[in-house]
Design a protein around this ligand. Structure first.
Ligand code: ASP
Length: 336
């Protein structure tokens, strides 16, 4: 399905990074996006899919115009954070206290630059704050009040935490307080964590992931998303991964880095993603999903959960799906 062949690219020595490294140029940029692993109610699937396709298009337009993979993944995730259909930014699930606590990460494959935030509650776009952590501090992750202080110092506007809470997330929080809450749904959280990986025309890879976490999580719980190697990883020498699913399981197997390890061993993006997900299921009983790219523009969207909404844009075509085996396509020029 998602193993897309690319035109053989011209290669040149990338002496800027390492004299023995070769970089593929003149290749097909790609962006791959997910909207969370788990179960998506039927009445919400159409909105989620169209939000994902339009975000993938926006990322692709950046890449097609010569923009960087980092610019593309941050823009994609920013758009999805602003879309209340997803469990990130506005629309985040609520913790046990009925409050929003969001996590996000970015990683740039060029020099392994990474930035993350956890436990933020009054920022509309945690993904942009994560990028600022990467670019403006010597740290990799800032949490809760320290992250808020940093946001203030960077001039990032604060928003009232209630403005990030939708009627739907409040309703689900109330419902899950009931004793007969569905344990599978609790484990998988509300579908809707968002993430993206991309390769730009220079062969640079990047990832970005953002989430409200797990429904009814304990206050202060930090999930996989802001943890480097778990919620995402990007390395120009191997590829990039953004993950979604049961955060505790993802952390136990460092899923993003595990998949890249399999790619280093010669596995394709698709096989490596499946191997990582299968290991997480058999070793710790966790379900989830991933989007994966390698620097040549091969890509995959794979999941062990019931569903994962995903979209990918490459060669002026948008691919998308929700259930296993689906791969619908539309032209980038088709009206939305
Ligand atoms: N991985 C996220 C978390 O555990 C949830 C998700 O992807 O749905 O915080």
């Amino acid at each position: 399905m998602s193993f897309t062949s690319v035109r053989a690219g011209r290669i040149e020595a990338a002496s800027k990074y390492c004299s023995s490294v070769f970089r593929v140029i003149d290749m097909f940029p790609v962006v791959v996006v997910h909207g969370g692993a788990g179960h998506i109610p039927k009445e919400r699937s159409e909105k989620s899919m169209s939000g994902l396709c339009s975000a993938a298009r926006a990322g692709y337009v950046i890449l097609r115009g010569g923009g960087s993979s980092m610019d593309a993944v941050v823009e994609v995730v920013r758009q999805l954070e602003n879309n209340p259909s997803f469990n990130a930014g506005c629309g985040s699930v609520l913790n046990a206290k009925g409050e929003v606590e969001m996590d996000a990460i970015v990683m740039d494959g060029k020099a392994l630059g990474s930035g993350a935030v956890s436990g933020v509650c009054n920022i509309a776009n945690p993904i942009q704050l994560a990028r600022l952590v990467m670019n403006k501090t010597s740290h990799v992750c800032l949490t809760s009040e320290g992250a808020n202080q940093f946001a203030r110092s960077m001039g990032v506007p604060e928003v009232p935490p209630e403005s990030l809470i939708t009627e739907y997330s409040r309703m689900r929080w109330t419902k899950n307080l009931a004793v007969d809450a569905d344990p599978v749904e609790c484990q998988m959280g509300k579908m809707g964590t968002v993430g993206a990986v991309a390769v730009d025309s220079e062969g640079n890879v990047a990832c970005a992931t953002s989430t409200g976490g797990m429904l009814n999580k304990m206050e202060g719980r930090v999930g996989d998303t802001p943890c480097i190697g778990s919620g995402g990883y990007a390395d120009n020498l191997v590829g990039a991964v953004s993950t979604t699913g049961h955060g505790e399981a993802i952390m136990k197997v460092t899923l993003a880095r595990l998949i890249l390890f399999h790619m280093e061993q010669g596995q394709s993006v698709e096989a490596a993603s499946d191997l990582g997900l299968a290991y997480m299921k058999s070793r710790v009983g966790g379900l989830g999903g991933v989007v994966t790219v390698d620097p040549r523009g091969h890509w995959a969207a794979r999941f062990s959960s019931h569903q994962m909404a995903w979209a990918a844009a490459q060669k002026d075509t948008v691919h998308y799906g929700l259930y296993s085996g689906e791969n619908f396509t539309q032209s980038i020029d088709d009206p939305l």
